[in-house]
Design a protein around this ligand. Structure first.
Ligand code: F6P
Length: 327
């Protein structure tokens, strides 16, 4: 049966992530290939409410694939929690004869998309886009790989100072409530320890490890996830300072440097695959699903799956980090 979908809209929502532009490009180009008119919605769900929607042509998405951020801009939209605003958003889509929506973002975005889809029986497909990689139903979200590369490159730079001054650096990374960025970055950057929300921290153990490095006049990198129970790198510093170690310790909070920059090969490719898959899935009649990649295969999962807490794959990296950091 031929698809009834003639016009689709795409938006980015939540924190920006490198690769979102590659995904927008793939959605637009795949739509055009299938004879569908693509529309871009600006500033996430705000654009639906405020009718900030524009038709996107083939050349509107030229030369964007390689850039970080999102040409559609993004936001976290509080109003979308309110049904009256969702009704307005729905009306704006209807007025333009837009039949389906693709949302690129994190779990908050997916939750909004799901409610909207159920409320109005409106076809919606979610594409995972967040550096946090905390969305269940996919092994990778767009931006995760680039953020990891940014972190390890930053740690490489920090190591120059750490080694030259025999210092211990507490490097704080993003991740919201997930420690996956911290764990993977720690394993790949040769960190001596990692602090992350998924494990119980032993402050005495870290105190002894840091003291050992100071006594040996050696440098060390400790990666601290922003969501860790200790309260981040600055709090860990305060604890170590209370044990008179502050002279040799420095804190580096990487912050939003982790969200920007040119996407890596993996993020560009995944974003492109996800965008095309979302369009073809809509044409085949899918709705309320998210696109993902699991065990190297593209997949579609119920969007509800994205709301479950995502267990960390490769928690074993923790043992590896520790095994390789015994003096
Ligand atoms: O969800 C992505 C993320 O970068 C988290 O890692 C971080 O906690 C949060 O967004 C920061 O959000 P913002 O600075 O955009 O408010």
């Amino acid at each position: 049966m031929a698809s009834k979908i003639r016009n689709i809209a795409v938006l980015t929502s939540g924190g920006d992530a490198p690769g979102m532009n590659a995904c927008i490009r793939a959605v637009v180009r795949a739509a055009i290939y299938h004879g569908i008119t693509p529309y871009g919605v600006y500033d996430g769900f705000n654009g639906l409410i405020n009718n900030d929607i524009k038709e996107l042509g083939y050349f509107d998405v030229s030369n964007i694939l390689q850039n970080g951020g999102t040409i559609l801009a993004t936001a976290r939209c509080k109003e979308f929690h309110d049904v009256a605003f969702r009704e307005k958003a729905h009306q704006n889509l209807k007025d333009r004869n837009i039949d389906a929506l693709i949302t690129i973002g994190g779990d908050g975005t997916f939750m909004g998309a799901r409610i909207f889809s159920k409320e109005f029986g409106y076809p919606v497909i979610g594409i995972p886009g967040t550096i946090d990689n905390d969305i269940n139903g996919t092994d990778y979200s767009i931006g995760f790989d680039t953020a990891l590369n940014t972190i390890i490159n930053s740690v490489d730079n920090i190591r120059d100072t750490a080694a030259s001054h025999h210092r211990i650096f507490l490097v704080e990374v993003m991740g919201n409530n997930s420690g996956v960025l911290a764990l993977y970055a720690a394993a790949a950057s040769g960190a001596r320890e990692v602090f992350m929300p998924e494990k119980k921290e032993d402050l005495n153990e870290i105190r002894d490890k840091v003291k050992q490095a100071i006594d040996a006049n050696r440098s060390s990198i400790i990666i601290v996830s922003e969501g860790d129970e200790v309260g981040g790198a600055k709090e860990l510093y305060k604890f170590l300072a209370s044990h008179h170690m502050e002279e040799k310790i420095r804190v580096s909070v990487l912050g939003h440097i982790q969200r920007g920059g040119r996407p890596t090969f993996r993020d560009r490719l995944n974003a492109t695959l996800f965008g095309e898959k979302a369009v073809t899935a809509l044409l085949k009649g899918s709705s309320n699903v998210m696109v993902g990649i699991q065990n190297g295969e593209l997949c579609l999962n119920d969007i509800l799956v994205s709301q479950e807490a995502k267990p960390i794959q490769n928690m074993d990296y923790l043992k590896l980090i520790r095994k390789l950091s015994v003096y």
